[in-house]
Design a protein around this ligand. Structure first.
Ligand code: 13P
Length: 248
């Protein structure tokens, strides 16, 4: 089965609402490609203006986080029903920056994944190893553990719909991209782990992205690999280069 490619921009904590609308206008004609799902994962405050700006285009809106309850006394948090009502389709869960700076554990992330599915959102689940784990050659075990923990209790039908992003921490924002072979090796390990947990047919449907200093220059080679179905792009998603990645 051919998996549709998915190129998502992770804007991180960048773009005020007015800058966000301008960026959508700049990218509008550059990201047109019916063979690719294009997603902008934007700061919460930008969701409404971006949803408005990409209306009637091929671009879908994603969030960067959600909370595990639907409503109530959780000051500062945003719930899945709020995201859905605002037009959000995807949500990044478990980015290494949230794991590192906000102490999010696999157990907590697993609850977020379940909440996303319950609300009808597609999670983009991130995993990835530190430089230290890579240099110790412990990254394969680490990735397997992350995938198993974050997918605990998720059904095969849900897993098929989700997106998984492999983002080696040492490649994020560093300009140091994993080679296409390094990225392919881990994306295949992720797929094999899902085949072990579920079955091969399920694993073949899951879309797996690479993320980490992906740009207009290296995207085509990364995307040529059999288990890399797309990209999760940080810095380059804020520039016209993003259009080149979509069309790479
Ligand atoms: P960069 O593309 O800036 O390295 O960021 C990758 C990333 O963290 C996407 O989620």
């Amino acid at each position: 089965m051919a998996r549709k490619r998915i190129i998502a921009g992770n804007w991180k904590m960048n773009m005020t609402p007015s800058q966000a609308a301008e960026l959508c206008a700049t990218l509008k004609d550059l990201v047109v490609n019916d063979n690719v799902d294009v997603v902008y994962c934007v700061p919460a405050i930008d969701i409404v203006p971006v949803a408005q700006a990409v209306k009637d285009t091929n671009v879908q809106v994603g969030a960067q986080n959600l909370y595990i309850e639907d409503k109530g006394a959780y000051t500062g948090e945003i719930s899945a029903p709020m995201l859905v009502d605002a037009g959000v389709k995807y949500v990044i869960i478990g980015h290494s920056e949230r794991r590192e700076y906000f102490g999010e554990t696999d157990e907590f992330l697993n609850k977020k994944v379940k909440k996303a599915f319950e609300a009808g959102l597609t999670p983009i689940l991130c995993c990835g190893e530190s430089l230290e784990l890579r240099e110790r050659n412990a990254y394969i075990d680490w990735i397997r553990l992350q995938i198993r923990a974050d997918l605990d209790g998720i059904t095969a039908d849900q897993v098929k719909k989700r997106v998984i992003a492999y983002e080696p921490i040492w490649a994020i924002g560093t300009g140091k991209t994993a080679t296409a072979d390094q990225a392919q090796e881990v994306c295949k390990i992720i797929r094999d782990t899902i085949a072990e947990m579920y079955d091969d047919a399920t694993a073949q449907e899951v879309r797996i992205q690479y993320g980490g200093s992906m740009n207009a220059g290296n995207a085509a080679e990364l995307l040529s690999k059999p288990d890399i179905d797309g990209g999760l792009i940080g810095g380059a998603s804020l520039k016209p280069d993003f259009g080149q990645i979509v069309n790479a």
